[in-house]
Design a protein around this ligand. Structure first.
Ligand SMILES: Cc1cc2nc3c(=O)[nH]c(=O)nc-3n(C[C@H](O)[C@H](O)[C@H](O)COP(=O)(O)OP(=O)(O)OC[C@H]3O[C@@H](n4cnc5c(N)ncnc54)[C@H](O)[C@@H]3O)c2cc1C
Length: 471
C-alpha cells in the first residue's frame, strides 16, 4: 500500500505539544535533508522526510505512532544513519523518528550480567561503560564508534567478532518495542532462557524498523577477556589466504576472536589513505588479520606460536605479531577504515554484503574476479573471513557516467549476491535488506519471503512502519 495520509498543520501542532518545539523539524529543507539518506549513498539513494521527530521516551513514541497509524502516515525509525542498505531512508516521506535523544544507559546489572539501554546509545559508549565495570559487551560492528545499539539490533549487525561471540542478535535478551498500533510491549528481559511460546524478540532482531520501534534493549554481558594479540599475515595469493581459514580455527584449538580478510587493492588504497606502509604490501595478494584473546601473555604466546607455524607451513609470507596497542592499532586501522579509504578514492563506491559457507569463499572470490574482468571494473574485497561474510565494492571507472554507474554497479552486486545464494549463502550477511536488496531477497528466498510478508501484514496492517523496506 502506498496510499498514505498527509501531515496537516493540526498534526504538527499536536506533535509540538507532545514533544516540545525543539523536537519537531519541518519545512526547514536543510535540516530535513540530514535525515534523507544513510551511508548506502546519499548520492543515489535518498528521499526527503516531511517531518522529523526526536522523542525522549517510549510513551511519546507510542503517542506519535497512534496518531500516524490513525492517519496512515508512514514512519521511518532512524538510529545513527550508518546503515548500508538504505533502511533509514524515508522512501514515502512522512515522519522520521530519530532516536538520538534516547541515549541513556539505564542499568549495568552486575548481578544478572545484563545491560539495559535505550536505542540511541552509541555502541562504543556502551562497550566502554561496560568495560569499566570489568564486564564485556561483545557486539562489535566496524561502525562501533558511530552506530546506535537500536540500529545494530534492527539490522542484526555483525562485525569482526562474530566467529567467537555471534552477531548482535546473540546478545539480545529482551526488547521493549512500540508496535505499529502504538502499543508498548516487552519481549524477553533479564533472563537467559525462555521457552514460553514463540521467540518474538528474535523476530524483531533484524526487522529493520518494519515491525515496530525498539525503545529499550536488554543485552547479555560476559566477563571481560584478559588480553589479546593480533596477527597480520600476508599471503602471495587470495586462494592461499582464504583456504587457511578453517585450518586456523582447527590448529589454534581455541576460537579466534576475528579472522578478517583484505585483498591486494584494498591494501594499496588503504595504506595510501591511512599513510602507513604494511609489510609485503606490494607482493601480497591478500592479508588475514587474526585476533586471539587469552587470560595472559603466556597463553597468547602459545596460541600464536602454534598458529604461526601452521600458517608458515601453508603459504604465509610471514606472520607479524602485534601484542601491544600501537602495533595492533596500525594493523586494524587499514581494515577498520577500509570503506572510508575506498570512498576517498571513489565517492560512488557501493558496498556489497554477501555471506557464504566459509568453504565457498575461494569460489565467490574467483567469481568476483571474473565479474571484475567482464565489466572491466576494479572490485576490491574485504570482509569477515571467519564467518564467510565478504564485502565486494565495485569502483567507478572514470569513463562511466554517474547514472550509468548506478545501473552497472547494481547489476554487478546483484550477480554476486545471487551467486552467493546459489553457493548456499544469502544476499545479506549483516547490513540488512533495506530497499536496495528487496528484489534480491524475493528472488532468492521466495517461500521464506512470503512467510515474512504475512507476519508484516499481520503486525502492521496499515503498512505505516518503514514502508518499502524488506518488501
Ligand atoms: C564505515 C562503516 C562500517 C560498517 N561496519 C559494519 C559492520 O562491521 N557490521 C555491520 O553489521 N554493519 C556495519 N556497518 C553498517 C551499519 O553501521 C550497521 O547496519 C548499523 O547496525 C546501523 O546502525 P544505525 O544506528 O546507524 O542504524 P540506521 O542506519 O539509522 O538504521 C538501520 C535500520 O534500523 C532501523 N532502526 C534504527 N533504529 C531502530 C529502532 N530503535 N527501532 C527499530 N528500528 C530501528 C532503521 O529503520 C533502519 O531500517 C558499517 C557502516 C559503515 C558506514
Amino acid at each position: 500500500m502506498t496510499d498514505f495520509g498527509k501531515i496537516t498543520s493540526g498534526i504538527i501542532e499536536e506533535f509540538k505539544r507532545l514533544l516540545g518545539n525543539s523536537a519537531v523539524i519541518y519545512e526547514d529543507k536543510q535540516a530535513l535533508e540530514n535525515y534523507s539518506s544513510d551511508e548506502a549513498g546519499g548520492k543515489y539513494y535518498s528521499h526527503m522526510p516531511d517531518l522529523v521527530l526526536k522523542p525522549n521516551n517510549s510513551k511519546q513514541i507510542s503517542e506519535i505512532v497512534k496518531i500516524a497509524n490513525k492517519e496512515r502516515i508512514p514512519i521511518t525509525p532512524r538510529g545513527a544513519g550508518s546503515g548500508l542498505a538504505g533502511g533509514s531512508v524515508p522512501l514515502y516521506g512522512g515522519i522520521v523518528i530519530c532516536l538520538e535523544r534516547m541515549n541513556r544507559i539505564l542499568e549495568i546489572d552486575k548481578t544478572d550480567l545484563v545491560a539495559v539501554v535505550e536505542p540511541g546509545v552509541v555502541t562504543n559508549d556502551l562497550c566502554r561503560k561496560v568495560a569499566d565495570t570489568g564486564l564485556y559487551y561483545a557486539g562489535y560492528p566496524m561502525s562501533v564508534e558511530t552506530s546506535f545499539v537500536g540500529g545494530n539490533v534492527a539490522t542484526n549487525a555483525g562485525g569482526s567478532k562474530v566467529i567467537k561471540y555471534g552477531n548482535t542478535g546473540h546478545h539480545v535478551l529482551g526488547i521493549e518495542a512500540v508496535l505499529p498500533n502504538g502499543e508498548i510491549i516487552q519481549f524477553g528481559g533479564k533472563r537467559r532462557k525462555d521457552s514460553s511460546g514463540y521467540d518474538i524478540k528474535h523476530l524483531l532482531v533484524g526487522s529493520e524498523g518494519t515491525l515496530g520501534i525498539f525503545t529499550k534493549i536488554f543485552l547479555n554481558l560476559i566477563p571481560r577477556p584478559g588480553k589479546n594479540v593480533d596477527l597480520l599475515v600476508p599471503f602471495r595469493s587470495v586462494d592461499e589466504a582464504i583456504s587457511n581459514v578453517s585450518t586456523l580455527i582447527i590448529e589454534s584449538k581455541v576460537l579466534p576472536t576475528a579472522i578478517e580478510y583484505i585483498d591486494h587493492l584494498s591494501i594499496i588504497l588503504g595504506s595510501k589513505y591511512n599513510n602507513i606502509e604494511l609489510p609485503f604490501q606490494e607482493e601480497a595478494g591478500a592479508y588475514l588479520i587474526i585476533q586471539y584473546e587469552g587470560q595472559d601473555k603466556k597463553e597468547l604466546e602459545s596460541i600464536y606460536e602454534r598458529v604461526g607455524d601452521a600458517l608458515l607451513n601453508s603459504g604465509a609470507l610471514d606472520v607479524f605479531v602485534a601484542d601491544n596497542r600501537t602495533n595492533s592499532e596500525k594493523i586494524w586501522r587499514v581494515r577498520r577504515n577500509w570503506l572510508e579509504a575506498l570512498k576517498f578514492f571513489d565517492p560512488y563506491v557501493p558496498t556489497g554484503d554477501v555471506v557464504i559457507p566459509t568453504s565457498k569463499i575461494p569460489q565467490i572470490v574467483r567469481f568476483v574476479k571474473e565479474i571484475s574482468k567482464e565489466y572491466n571494473v576494479d572490485i576490491p574485497i574485504a570482509g569477515h573471513a571467519a564467518d564467510g561474510n565478504l564485502h565486494p565494492a565495485p569502483m567507478k571507472p572514470q569513463n562511466i557516467s554517474i547514472p550509468e554507474w548506478k545501473v552497472i554497479s547494481e547489476e554487478i552486486l546483484s550477480r554476486i549476491a545471487i551467486k552467493a545464494a546459489e553457493l548456499g549463502g544469502a544476499v545479506s550477511g549483516e547490513h540488512g535488506i533495506g530497499f536496495i536488496k528487496k528484489e534480491l531477497l524475493r528472488k532468492t528466498k521466495n517461500l521464506q519471503y512470503k512467510i515474512m510478508k504475512s507476519i508484516k501484514v499481520n503486525i502492521d496492517p496499515n503498512n505505516i512502519m518503514n514502508p518499502g523496506k524488506i518488501f
